[in-house]
Design a protein around this ligand. Structure first.
Ligand code: ADP
Ligand code: NI
Length: 217
């Protein structure tokens, strides 16, 4: 098993599969999560083979786009990694990370079991905040035909993952349901530091958004 070859093959496979996806889960999202994960993983002294593969495969088949089937991601990743020649321990670890990584609502804890999992979860969550997070959120909202903002509909902090998944609110609400909560949920020191600037930028963005909404700026 040549680890570098498996990582390269996996990159090509993911790129081919997700190229041009329109909801913010496209290849370039994966590219950025991979870059974040390499940066954070090296600082944390993580097993980089697992980190790279999990970062590359974490959105390979998302339940949101496959009728709610939460096993489709890990299953698709396993099929690919077996074909690519990865060892069983790595495959099981990567699949566990994919199973556990997602945000599931304000009131739901989503702890990761290993250092590698914490690294990849942070790398993915950094993508949900800051300038890129804002862009992805509006891309997703448009993809789902959501309103940009509706001042008559308040944001909700969801107590369960079922409630969170059912939610169909305007996109600004998603900032309060997820994006602004992420800074305090980062696992690693490196990600906490990166999250600070991104968080501040979102606060400035919202401030400006409401001023423009009222014709004050
Ligand atoms: P995770 O990476 O934790 O699994 P998702 O794949 O559910 O998160 O979401 C990734 C990104 O898609 C979010 O950070 C956000 O930008 C966008 N998104 C997901 N759900 C919504 C929503 N209900 N409204 C607006 N954007 C959303
Ligand atoms: Ni992702």
């Amino acid at each position: 098993m040549n680890k570098a070859d498996i990582v390269e093959k996996t990159k090509a496979y993911v790129r081919e599969t997700l190229e041009g996806e329109g909801s913010g889960h496209d290849w370039w999202h994966i590219y950025r999560v991979h870059a974040n994960a390499v940066h954070i993983g090296e600082e944390e002294g993580a097993d980089m083979f697992v980190v790279e593969l999990a970062a590359l495969l974490h959105d390979i088949a998302d339940y949101k786009f496959h009728g709610g089937d939460e096993e489709i991601g890990p299953r698709t990743a396993r099929e690919w990694l077996e074909k690519a020649g990865a060892d069983e321990e790595t495959i099981a670890h990567v699949c566990q990370i994919i199973r556990d990584i997602s945000f599931k609502g304000a009131g739901v804890q989503t702890p990761m079991k290993t250092k590698e999992g914490m690294v990849v979860q942070d790398a993915d969550r950094l993508e949900a905040i800051g300038a890129i997070g804002i862009a992805r959120t509006f891309a997703y909202g448009g993809h789902k035909n959501r309103e940009i903002y509706n001042p008559e509909v308040a944001a909700v902090e969801h107590a369960s993952s079922e409630e969170y998944k059912k939610n169909n609110s305007h996109t600004i609400a998603h900032f309060y349901e997820k994006l602004l909560l992420l800074k305090d949920r980062m696992n690693t020191a490196a990600a906490k530091k990166m999250a600070e600037g991104r968080h501040k930028f979102m606060e400035e963005y919202l401030d400006r958004f409401y001023k423009e909404w009222k014709g004050e700026a």
